[in-house]
Structures are given as structure tokens and as C-alpha cells.
Design a binder for this molecule. Structure first.
Ligand SMILES: Cc1cc2nc3c(=O)[nH]c(=O)nc-3n(C[C@H](O)[C@H](O)[C@H](O)COP(=O)(O)OP(=O)(O)OC[C@H]3O[C@@H](n4cnc5c(N)ncnc54)[C@H](O)[C@@H]3O)c2cc1C
Length: 416
């Protein structure tokens, strides 16, 4: 069913009888051409682009719980392409371009809002590094505007400019950055894939791989064994645990990242703001809640819940730049399981087991990558070679010494 203003009117006047479920609930078949494991944003986008871009058929997405139960429905919804390194920037810029057309492509309202992302800087050295980043972005075809203190005051008069410990000296603005309604991305890709014949199978946990003579020929699931020619793993925070079942140890650690939402307030925050003297980012949802977050909790875990020290840390950072938020009440908070790689950059690659492919290591920034990740993973699966903009996201890059370390933090997943 096509969604349109006309259809909303028609359904409103005819008792809303024609709205159909957005995707079916098929029983798993015994064989598929391609199985995508993980019904998060990346897995669903992969299935969608496999059909639309590469004409592949007979595809299933296997999800252990319900769609959107993972990080795609838990993140703070920020999209941007403000990266520095050549291995990253063209990829995230492709993602930004795909976001810009996503709602028309999927005929689904994902509330893509290009309200601008501002990274504040608080020292001369930090300004220099942001100038460099802005130049790298412009060279890669993205947009970046350097704002001095007056520019930031005009844009965000509500920030604390009298704070001598963290003086705000300016910011790097990406006007095309912004937010997207996170779970609508999962629903939109699910609807698109389902309408093209992809089987989306919920409550179907993959518990093992069937490997014969060095080739992966199927998966063991909670609903029986399923064979396939190609198996594409895409399970974000569960990457290490699942790939371990195929005997593959990844350069990834799983950590918990928390998100916070305040009570609904009148519009006060026109864009997304990140604090440059601590880890804190904030935007305001269309319902009025301030949506914010900060650092990961910093210990290895597979639990989707965080602890109190980070709550204090995040709130302290928030109050340091916007003291007024100290008066609003925290309404909700939750944790998600993030797959932190050793250099803070992701992987989209084949594995040493033929027929088994891997997508992961998105750390706490993979939501913005969703469209390009699906697009490039589909390219890899269809052509057996990496998409040019994802060519650096290889599993062997540490062995070759070709890390993509945006932060320059070294092999320390908890610091990226
Ligand atoms: C609190 C928080 C805030 C974040 N904020 C941002 C942000 O503002 N911007 C940004 O770009 N990124 C952000 N991220 C990161 C982003 O959400 C993730 O990197 C991205 O969503 C991961 O890809 P995904 O959507 O495919 O993951 P998921 O939605 O986690 O999908 C993986 C799926 O695999 C399923 N699965 C796991 N194991 C199995 C199995 N054995 N069998 C079958 N299915 C399985 C899971 O149930 C899950 O549904 C944030 C993350 C968190 C936790």
C-alpha cells in the first residue's frame, strides 16, 4: 500500500479498514540464496539493497527478537558525515546522500531532519584540528562551516559562554547533519524489503553455523536448520559472541552505551550540539524531549543496561554547557550493546570461511551509517568484492598496519 496524503484522507473517511501490516510474518524456508543475520537497521538495509540494486532474490533476514529491539531502536538518532580520514569520509558522505532521499526511496516517513550538527571547540588547538576536519570534509564533497564564538552565540544563545573552565571559542557546523527517527528506519527498510519478497523472520535466533569443508552452507536457528549459499552476519553488539560460534575471533569488544530523554519541553534546541571538552551530545525530539548521551560505560559486557557513574558523568557534561537543563527532569534512559573495534572504525568484509560475510564494529556511531552500510554490504555480497567507498573496512587491516583511527587513540576500544 502506497503511503500518501491522499491515502491518509481516504482511510480517515472510510474507517481506516485498508491499512495493512507493514511486513508479513512468514515461516522460515529450508533454503535461501542469502541469509542476513540480524534485523537491525544494517541487516534490513542490506536485504533491501540486495533486491533493489543487485536484483537478488530468495533472501531472508533472521532476527532473534523483534525488529528494532537492538541499537537501531536505542540510539540517539544523530546523523552526520563529519569525518577526517579518507577511509571513512567518502563512506559517511554516501550515507548522508542516501539519507537525503531515503523517505522518497522507501515511501516511508523516517522524519529525516537536517537541522545541523555543531561540534563545539574550547581551545585554539581544538579549533585547528576542527579546521583540518572541515577541510577534509569539503574535499570529500561534504559541507562544513567554521563558526567563531559570535557565530555560535547567534546560533545557540542558550549555551553557557561565561564558563571559564570550558570557554566556548566556536564550533564546526555541518548544516546537512541532523536527526532521523531511529525505529522508523528499521520499519521503513523492513516494509521496503518485505514488499520485494524478502522473508523477515522474527524470534529466530541463530545459534550456530553449518560449516562443511571450509565453507559455510547454513545456520542453526531456534526454528531449525536453514541452508543458504551466502550468510551475512550483521548483529552489531553481538558480533563477537556470534562469530565465535564460527571459530572467528574479532578485533571487537562489546560495551554498553546509555541514552537519556528528558520530559517534553517547548522547542529550545534548534540543532544537534556536541560538547568538545567532554563527551556529551544533545538534540530535541519532535515530541519535545531532550535526547542526549555521552561515553560508553567502559567495561566489557553483553548486558543492555548501564550503570550510575555514567549518568552522573553525562549530566555533569550537559550542565557544563547548558546549565538550564539542570532544571528539567529525566524521563527515560536505557542501554544498548555497542561493538567497539580496536581503531573505532567498522568492518564490511568476507571472512576466511567461504560463504560467510561480516558487517560490524560500528561502535556508537553506526546509525548514521545505516543506508551506506546496507548499500556496501549488498555490493560485497552480490559481487564478492568491496564497494569502493568501503574498501578500507577490511578485517585484516591491523595485520597490514592500515588502521583507520579517527581519534588517534590507538588499540583501545574503550577510548574511541
Ligand atoms: C545508546 C546508543 C546511542 C547511539 N547513538 C547513535 C547516534 O546518535 N548516531 C549514530 O550514528 N549511532 C548511534 N549509535 C550506534 C548505532 O545505534 C549502532 O551502531 C547501529 O544501530 C548498529 O547497527 P544495527 O542497527 O544493525 O544494530 P542492531 O539494531 O543492534 O541490530 C542487530 C540485530 O541483531 C540481532 N541479533 C543479535 N544476535 C543475533 C543472533 N544470534 N541471531 C539473530 N539475530 C541476532 C539483534 O537482536 C539486533 O536486532 C548509538 C548506539 C547506542 C546503544
Amino acid at each position: 500500500m502506497k503511503y500518501s496524503g491522499w491515502n491518509i484522507l481516504k482511510q480517515a473517511l472510510t474507517g481506516k479498514k485498508e491499512w495493512a501490516p507493514v511486513w508479513h510474518k512468514p515461516e522460515p524456508k529450508s533454503h535461501y540464496e542469502t541469509i542476513v543475520i540480524g534485523g537491525g537497521g544494517h541487516g534490513l538495509a542490506t536485504a533491501y539493497y540486495l533486491t533493489t540494486e543487485y536484483g537478488m532474490k530468495n533472501i531472508a533476514v533472521l532476527e532473534k527478537s523483534h525488529l528494532g529491539s537492538g541499537n537501531v531502536g536505542r540510539n540517539t538518532t544523530i546523523i552526520r558525515s563529519n569525518y577526517l580520514l579518507p577511509g571513512n569520509e567518502p563512506f559517511y558522505e554516501l550515507s548522508m546522500k542516501l539519507w537525503e532521499n531515503l523517505e522518497q526511496t522507501l515511501n516511508y516517513n523516517a522524519m529525516v531532519s537536517q537541522r545541523g550538527v555543531v561540534n563545539l571547540f574550547h581551545s585554539d588547538a581544538q579549533r585547528d584540528s576542527f579546521v583540518r576536519r572541515g577541510n577534509a570534509m569539503c574535499i570529500a564533497g561534504a559541507d562544513a562551516v567554521l563558526l567563531d564564538e559570535r557565530g555560535i552565540r547567534n546560533l545557540c544563545p542558550f549555551l553557557d559562554y561565561e564558563n571559564s573552565r570550558f570557554p566556548i571559542k566556536g564550533g564546526l557546523l555541518q548544516p546537512r547533519g541532523g536527526t532521523v527517527r531511529h525505529d522508523a528506519v528499521a520499519w521503513g527498510y523492513a516494509r521496503g524489503s518485505d514488499s520485494l519478497g524478502v522473508d523477515i523472520i522474527e524470534n529466530c535466533e541463530v545459534t550456530g553455523f553449518i560449516i562443511k569443508e571450509g565453507r559455510c552452507v547454513g545456520v542453526e536457528t531456534a526454528r531449525g536448520n536453514i541452508s543458504a549459499n551466502k550468510i551475512a552476519v550483521c548483529v552489531a553488539g553481538s558480533s563477537g559472541r556470534l562469530m565465535g560460534k564460527a571459530g572467528i575471533r574479532l578485533p571487537i569488544e562489546s560495551h554498553v552505551l546509555q541514552a537519556f530523554v528528558s520530559e517534553g519541553l517547548k522547542p529550545i534546541l534548534p540543532n544537534v550540539i556536541t560538547f568538545g571538552a567532554g563527551h556529551f551530545y544533545i538534540s530535541q525530539s519532535d515530541k519535545g524531549g531532550l535526547v542526549f548521551g555521552g561515553d560508553i560505560d567502559g567495561y566489557n559486557t553483553y548486558a543492555q543496561r548501564g550503570n550510575l557513574p555514567i549518568v552522573e558523568d553525562v549530566c555533569a557534561a550537559g550542565v557544563a554547557i547548558m546549565p538550564m537543563i539542570g532544571r528539567s527532569r529525566l524521563l527515560r534512559m536505557w542501554g544498548g550493546l555497542v561493538d567497539m573495534s580496536m581503531d573505532g572504525s567498522p568492518f564490511i568484509d568476507k571472512t576466511r570461511i567461504e560463504g560467510l560475510y561480516f558487517n560490524g564494529g560500528w561502535c556508537y556511531g553506526g546509525f548514521k551509517a545505516t543506508p551506506a552500510s546496507g548499500f556496501c554490504y549488498a555490493h560485497l555480497l552480490a559481487k564478492d568484492e568491496p564497494h569502493p567507498v568501503a574498501a578500507e573496512f577490511r578485517l585484516d587491516r591491523f595485520k597490514r598496519g592500515h588502521m583507520i583511527d579517527e581519534k588517534g587513540a590507538g588499540a583501545q576500544p574503550n577510548l574511541h
